[in-house]
Design a binder for this molecule. Structure first.
Ligand code: NDP
Length: 334
């Protein structure tokens, strides 16, 4: 089997030398365990955080450890009665061709649903969007929502759910093509290319035009220039679900020293700013699947994925993801 490890901690944006590639004999599952042959691996922005040795909501990776990640694949050896050979399961396989999982950690995936949906639209990112919007966005018809990384799996789901709830939805995305996809594929009312705006004040002017009634919900995916542009446009009693700050994950963007402006706006506009981590909400996942899976099957919710072939290419795909090189949910096909 092969696996990709954390070879050293990145200084800023990761480079290929930060990752190791190892080959070794297939492990045997122990009692109550299964050996899974991974067919698809999910690449997600949070993995960048695990590469740093800093306190966060979960422990950092150790040097030499397999890169963390969720995969989907088939059981090829089993010592767990309820998971026979051939069962399709998802679980924390890591960046590896095979993984030994405890039966309790492996979730059986419904074969009638697309396999890769388990990693995106019906997996952790889609569930993040559904949960955060209900709990912390609290959308009301007629309001305006702004979201960046709008064509990714979180952004696309938030945009479609908000639109269905009767909101005006405004996308921020990188490049003209992603802006076109945001409007044509995901139904956003308007899309703004953050790369076409050199600074926050220019981006703010474009956002102000796209949001004539101000912003009621800013779904925070990125931080940086977008956050700085958005804050003065927030309406009283607006909500900001803080989901991610990818512009700052590698410490390369957004050192804007705008803390006083941001914090003062939270006060004067009486904003509700809620950080949340989806791992605290897993008990709601069955409800999410029950509500959203039929909509995905019926084509009422659209999704897009960006598939890279081969585990060896996961590193390049991950590095690209961090700077917007993906269009849709980043997945590796093994
Ligand atoms: P995406 O597939 O959308 O990938 C990330 C995107 O971020 C890129 O494609 C790029 O899109 C955008 N981006 C990167 N750098 C910048 C920048 N400097 N300024 C603006 N945009 C940038 O990711 P996901 O949908 O999987 O995740 C979106 C966010 O949600 C991430 O921050 C992630 O960490 C967070 N998240 C948080 C969870 C939680 O539990 N709180 C759970 C899941 C995700 P573009 O080219 O359009 O700019």
């Amino acid at each position: 089997m092969t696996r990709i490890t954390l070879a050293r901690r990145p200084a800023g944006t990761p480079v290929p030398e930060d990752f190791g590639h190892e080959t070794y004999p297939l492990p045997e599952p122990g009692d109550g365990e299964v050996l899974v042959k991974v067919e698809h691996l999910s690449l997600d922005p949070y993995m960048r955080g695990r590469m740093n040795a800093v306190r966060s909501y979960s422990a950092p990776l150790e040097i030499g450890e397999t890169m963390t990640g969720q995969g989907i694949g088939r059981v090829v050896a089993s010592k767990a009665d309820d998971l026979p050979v051939g069962t399709l399961v998802t679980g924390r396989t890591g960046w590896a061709s095979h993984a030994v999982l405890q039966a309790a950690e492996a979730q059986v995936w419904d074969e009638s649903l697309p396999q890769t949906a388990a990693l995106g639209v019906l997996g952790m990112p889609g569930f993040t969007a559904w949960t955060g919007l209900r709990e912390y966005g609290r959308p009301r018809a007629g309001e305006t929502l702004v979201i960046a990384a709008a064509t990714g799996p979180v952004g696309a789901m938030v945009g479609q759910l908000a639109k269905a709830a009767g909101l005006r939805t405004v996308a921020v995305a990188g490049g003209a093509e992603k802006c076109r996809i945001a409007v044509d594929t995901f139904g956003f009312d308007a899309a703004i290319d953050h790369r076409a705006h050199a600074d926050a004040s220019s981006l703010r002017k474009a956002l102000a035009e796209a949001c004539p009634d101000g912003i009621d919900i800013y779904w925070e995916n990125v931080g940086g220039k977008v956050l700085e542009a958005v804050m003065p446009l927030m309406n009283d009693h607006g909500r900001i679900p803080v989901c991610g700050t990818i512009a700052w994950y590698s410490g390369t963007d957004g050192d804007t020293d705008r803390l006083p402006m941001v914090w003062r706006t939270v006060l004067t506009r009486r904003l509700s700013v809620n950080g949340f981590i989806i791992f605290d909400h897993w008990d709601g996942y069955p409800d999410f699947l029950r509500e959203v899976a039929p909509k995905v099957t019926a084509g009422e919710i659209t999704w897009l994925e960006d598939v890279t072939e081969g585990l060896d290419n996961a590193v390049d795909a991950f590095i690209a993801l961090l700077s917007g090189g993906n269009t849709g949910k980043a997945v590796v096909k093994l």
